[in-house]
Every structure is written in structure tokens, then in C-alpha cells.
Design a protein around this ligand. Structure first.
Ligand SMILES: [Zn+2]
Ligand SMILES: [Zn+2]
Length: 254
């Protein structure tokens, strides 16, 4: 089972260390607890299709209304009025990667992703999706974009993996290769780092202007990539100032 306990503990630790991200990390802890309950429930039922996620909407809506940002709370109030068909259509849109074409708002995408993440993760684990080598910038299991890159110690250096934003599958990916446009020229792929987070880098591409963060586990073995990615939102602002855009915004749209 996905390691929600570790994610929650790491979020709590980082919330104390990085006041700028504390609010986001506190909400994330509550969301991760909710996702853990979804995951446990899925493990105990025989059917795993999108309609099996519908019973979890009320819990998520109430969490967003009570703990989310004002815009998220407002979106939750609207979603509360939606029919089960509307909710299913929302889940299907994100599951089939139609987020852009359906013009979903960031808030709608939040609700769909919050439910689809434990669902996709559960299915990927059941299928034993492995982090096999791939030259594709999309997840080999569910076809989603990566949320963050992970550098894992290997011999004298580190190997790069991409971590799926939806199902958490990791796949090996060459270090000098843009996951967005396939650029392989080292001079076009600058790497930036900030003093505050010596184990986090920004891997950017000057050809397509996309960037992805890399969490270097050879420098910080305590990091939990998906959580450390959230804790370093200040780096996103820096990247935007440099005119780069994030390959895949996280659950909270940043
Ligand atoms: Zn995936
Ligand atoms: Zn590129």
C-alpha cells in the first residue's frame, strides 16, 4: 500500500521547517489522510471502476469546504450541487487526460485528482507497474505527466527517475533529456539550485521552457519526493520569474 504514513509525517516535519509552505502542507496532511481512507476502502472491495469513487465525494467536499482555500471552498460548494453523472464525467475527463480540452478549472481538477490518485496508485500497485526504463516523458502505466523527478544513488552518481503525478509509478529516465520536448543538448538543459534546498534542483529546458524539479535522494535520504516538491513552492516562483513553466502543476495547481 502506498506509504501515506510517511508522506503525512514528512509533511508535518517540513511544515515546521518552512513557514512559507506551512499552510499548504497542513492541508496536504489532511488530504493524505483522506486519500489513505480511500485507498484502504478500495483494497476491501472487489470492483475497481470510476463509479466506485463516487461515494467519496461528500467527504472530500466537506474537507475542502472546511480546510481548503477560499476558492477551493467555493468550488466545493458548487460541486456539492452537481449530480453523480456530472461527478463521474469530471473523473473520466481527468482519467482520460482531457483536462486541457475540457477546460477544467484548477479547482475541479483538484477534486478529480484527489480521488484519482489513490485509485490510480492502487491499480498500479495491483498491476505491479515497475519503473522500467522508458524514453517517454509520460507514465508507462497511466499516461500522465510526471510530477517530479527523483535522483537515486547508484554507484558513484545518481540515476534519474520520473514520478507519475497520478499513479506514483516511477520510471527511469535519462538525465540529459527533456521529458517535455525530447531536447538532448546539454547546453539547452540548464540545472538550477537554491541554497535553501541543496537537495532540490530545477531541471529546465531552454527549448520548450518547461521545468521539473528533481529531488536528490543521494543528498537527502529523508525526503519524500511528492511532499518535498510541495514544500519547495518558493522555487516555482523563481522559475516563473525566469520565464519557465512547470511541466505538471501539482494537486494544488502550483
Ligand atoms: Zn501513472
Ligand atoms: Zn524541452
Amino acid at each position: 500500500m502506498a506509504d501515506f504514513v510517511r508522506r503525512i509525517a514528512r509533511a508535518s516535519e517540513l511544515a515546521q521547517k518552512h513557514p512559507a509552505a506551512a499552510e499548504l502542507l497542513t492541508f496536504y496532511q489532511q488530504l493524505a489522510r483522506f486519500q489513505q481512507s480511500v485507498s484502504e476502502r478500495l483494497a476491501s472491495v472487489p470492483e475497481h471502476d470510476l463509479p466506485s469513487l463516487l461515494p467519496f465525494f461528500p467527504g472530500l467536499i466537506s474537507l475542502a469546504r472546511q480546510q481548503g482555500s477560499p476558492t477551493l471552498a467555493e468550488a466545493a460548494a458548487i460541486l456539492e450541487q452537481d449530480s453523480p453523472e456530472d461527478r463521474l464525467a469530471l473523473l473520466e475527463g481527468v482519467w482520460q487526460h482531457q483536462v486541457e480540452s475540457r477546460h477544467l478549472t484548477g479547482e475541479d481538477a483538484f477534486f478529480a485528482q484527489a480521488l484519482l490518485q489513490p485509485f490510480a496508485e492502487f491499480l498500479a500497485e495491483k498491476a505491479a507497474a515497475t519503473g522500467s526504463d522508458s524514453s517517454s516523458g509520460l507514465c508507462p502505466f497511466c499516461g500522465s505527466k510526471p510530477q517530479v523527478a527523483v535522483l537515486r544513488p547508484e554507484g558513484d552518481g545518481a540515476k534519474r527517475f520520473l514520478l507519475c503525478s497520478l499513479c506514483s509509478t516511477e520510471w527511469m529516465f535519462r538525465r540529459v533529456l527533456c521529458p517535455n520536448c525530447g531536447e538532448e543538448n546539454k547546453d539547452k538543459l540548464p540545472v538550477f539550485s537554491a541554497q535553501e534546498f541543496d537537495y532540490v534542483r530545477i531541471d529546465a529546458c531552454d527549448t520548450c521552457r518547461a521545468y521539473i524539479k528533481s529531488i536528490d535522494l543521494s543528498k537527502n535520504g529523508r525526503a519524500v519526493p511528492v511532499v518535498d516538491e510541495l514544500a519547495t513552492v518558493s522555487l516555482n516562483l523563481w522559475a516563473v520569474e525566469k520565464n519557465y513553466h512547470k511541466l505538471r502543476p501539482n494537486l494544488f495547481g502550483v
